[in-house]
Design a protein around this ligand. Structure first.
Ligand SMILES: Nc1nc2c(c(=O)[nH]1)N[C@H]1C(S)=C(S)[C@@H](COP(=O)(O)O)O[C@H]1N2
Ligand SMILES: [Mo]
Length: 454
């Protein structure tokens, strides 16, 4: 157990250090109290006596029970580092993180222009998805549109139809809010019990950003939209996919729907709809129209192609459910998850993400025995409405097979269903809105596998 061995190591290493000249002085000083030592260390550093020089004078020998690497002085402790990263342009992650990438699914048909890439949830911390790792869904490819040429028209049931430039939109009062976006088809292959290997492919069509933009209601008021008889707004994208979606006026009146140009402190990424996209918190990704070029105020839903043929749910009684836009409460454990390997028994921090299109996550329970027993996980702050919430829970693995699951609840009282409960309502042939409890089997070898429990 790592729990037992770590203290042993820590105790043995300093004993060896005591015999080495130079370091013994540091430890002797340390005995006067930690605050005093830190103050002296700062004073030494200020006088040009950086800590590494103390190590450099010593004669490293392997330590008993410790990791001798700590005594091998690496190049980067002796030489001069690189100038500024800015010399290479926009900052990039460490080269040691090069496997942390968005990936296209081996299970989905890919053409060059109609495609999906999944976010590497297993490698992310906290709740924000780095912009370069945000999932992508393009019905007809992505574009990098010149913002000075982009226009937004607002027409329909308005007093004065108007065409806005991006500059005009960016002059309006703005807000910044954290929200998740999830494609309605996230976790779709699991309906068929296909069991793709990793959480990147089971749940990687969800991402979370801080979006900046203008509440859509501000712009509608500006053009004198008929907010009494106008019940819906049609949003249209400028790409070749003819993406048009009906947005209920009630949502817009709540002030939550944004005309967004900012994402995580900078302009939207081209693949996320630069220079302008709709943000519709809690609603499936397809309604977050990218490259937004037109908004039309109307009094009934449009039943556009992506509302009449696609993005409908086939129900067990043979009917089609339309406009089922809300992403219900859902969660997934991201570590340990499919494809990962536990190297030893002992302590692990089980962690994952929970979200609800209806509001805040209030509780996440975690099971390590396939749903027989549940324990409440710690919710990491901030816990925001219609936003990813990070959860953590302690686990000591005994080396025996375990099935890890998470079950989220939101502030409407909704409890995330298991596959048995979801299939009873939705049958087995659905595509969209799979929010069932995910199960990861930890095998005796430590290898983690995607399994489905009913
Ligand atoms: N103009 C336009 N908007 C679009 C799409 C598109 O293909 N074109 N795809 C939609 C779908 S199905 C989803 S899930 C989200 C994906 O957003 P993302 O690529 O920023 O993750 O954008 C939506 N908005
Ligand atoms: Mo989507």
């Amino acid at each position: 157990m790592p729990n037992d061995s770590i203290p042993g190591r820590l105790i043995k290493a300093p004993e060896n250090f005591l015999n080495r000249e130079g370091i013994s002085t540091v430890i002797a000083e340390g005995k006067r109290g930690r605050r005093d030592f830190i103050a002296r260390a700062f004073a030494a550093a200020a006088a040009g006596m950086a800590a590494p020089s103390v190590l450099a004078q010593s004669n490293p020998v392997p330590t008993e029970g410790g990791d001798s690497n700590i005594l091998n002085l690496p190049e980067h402790s002796k030489g001069l580092g690189q100038g500024v990263a800015a010399n290479d342009g926009y900052g990039k992650p460490s080269k040691f993180e090069s496997n942390v990438q968005r990936r296209a699914s081996p299970g989905l048909t890919q053409t060059t222009q109609a495609s999906v890439s999944f976010a590497p949830l297993q490698s992310l911390f906290g709740i924000v998805t780095p912009s370069g790792l945000h999932f992508e869904r393009h019905h007809q490819g992505w574009w990098d549109i010149d913002p000075s040429k982009h226009r937004l028209m607002v027409n329909g049931m308005v007093k004065a139809a108007k065409v806005f430039t991006l500059d005009e939109i960016m002059r309006l009062p703005a807000v910044s809010r954290f929200h998740f976006i999830e494609c309605g088809a996230n976790t779709a292959v699991e309906w068929g019990n296909v069991a793709v290997p990793t959480v990147q492919y089971t749940h990687g069509m969800v991402s979370c950003s801080e979006f900046t933009g203008v509440p859509l209601i501000t712009v509608l008021e500006h053009v004198g939209a008929d907010l009494k008889n106008g019940k819906f707004v049609l949003a249209e994208g400028a790409d070749g996919s003819s993406m048009t979606r009906t947005i209920p006026m009630e949502l817009i009146k709540s002030g939550e729907v944004l005309l967004a140009y900012g994402q995580n402190g900078e302009m939207l990424r081209p693949e996320q709809g630069y220079p302008l996209r709709l943000v519709v918190p809690g609603i499936q990704g397809v309604s977050w129209v990218k490259y937004l070029r037109r908004l039309e105020v109307g009094d009934k839903p449009w039943a556009a192609k992506d509302e009449a043929v696609h993005y409908i749910d086939l129900m067990p009684d043979g009917t089609h459910r339309q406009y089922s836009g809300i992403q219900e409460c859902k969660s997934v454990v991201t570590t340990p998850s499919g494809g990962q390997v536990l190297l030893d028994k002992g302590f692990y921090n089980i962690t994952g993400l929970a979200w609800s299109g209806r509001g805040k996550v209030t509780r996440v329970d975690v099971s390590v025995d396939g749903g027989r027993n549940w324990r409440a996980a710690r919710l990491q702050t901030p816990v925001l409405s219609k936003c990813l919430t990070r959860f953590n829970i302690d686990w000591a693995w005994d080396g025996k097979p375990a099935i890890i699951q998470s079950r989220a609840m939101d502030d409407t009282g909704f409890v995330q269903p298991n596959y048995g409960q979801l299939r009873a309502v939705r049958d087995t042939r659905s595509i969209y809105h799979n929010n069932a409890i995910q199960s990861w089997l930890v095998q005796e070898s430590g290898e983690v596998k995607n399994v489905q429990l009913s």
